[in-house]
Design a protein around this ligand. Structure first.
Ligand code: FES
Length: 165
């Protein structure tokens, strides 16, 4: 009798956490954003395996899910760092020099927008207006807002977190 090697399938590769999340929702397309929100919260990003599971569960093509994930800045395809830095590049912040602040982070941490440092400590995002234009230029770290910011301010914040063990 031929001994056929298992090539793996979505049945035996199911992630119990993902199963638990999906079981809360009806298999309706309208639930996509809510499911993605929960996955982002649970894993800190949207893993490819989760996209596959959602695609099967809601009968939505992977490409469509990928399109939604990349459209909304709150969803990420890679794990965020312990400190997630978001620099606003909205108009008010941009004209007040936020790009220089963003460039400084890239230069010091040697990462680009959408990336995480190798040690997992920092990740970087460029955002649209976050609704704090009166404080422009603005950046946030784990949601904490730093207003009227400067390259020097970013340097000081980075120094503090880099020095921390
Ligand atoms: S443009 Fe940056 S907060 Fe509005």
């Amino acid at each position: 009798m031929e001994n056929k090697k298992c090539e793996g399938c979505s049945e035996c590769n199911k992630d119990p956490d993902m199963e638990k999340i999906l079981s809360k929702y009806k298999q309706e397309k309208d639930n996509l954003i809510q499911i993605l929100n929960e996955v982002q919260e649970h894993y800190g990003y949207i893993p490819e395996s989760a996209q596959k599971a959602i695609s099967e569960y809601l009968s939505i093509p992977m490409a469509e899910i990928y399109g939604v994930v990349t459209f909304y800045s709150r969803f990420t395809l890679k794990p965020k760092g312990k400190y997630h830095i978001a620099v606003c590049l909205g108009t008010a912040c941009f004209v007040k020099g936020s790009e220089k602040i963003l460039d400084r982070v890239k230069e010091r941490l040697k990462i680009d927008v959408g990336e995480t440092t190798k040690d997992g400590k920092f990740s970087l995002e460029a955002t649209r207006c976050i609704g704090a234009c009166g404080l422009a230029p603005v950046f946030t770290i784990n949601g904490e807002v730093y207003g009227k910011s400067t390259v020097k301010m970013m340097d000081e914040v980075l120094d503090k977190y880099i020095a921390e063990n």
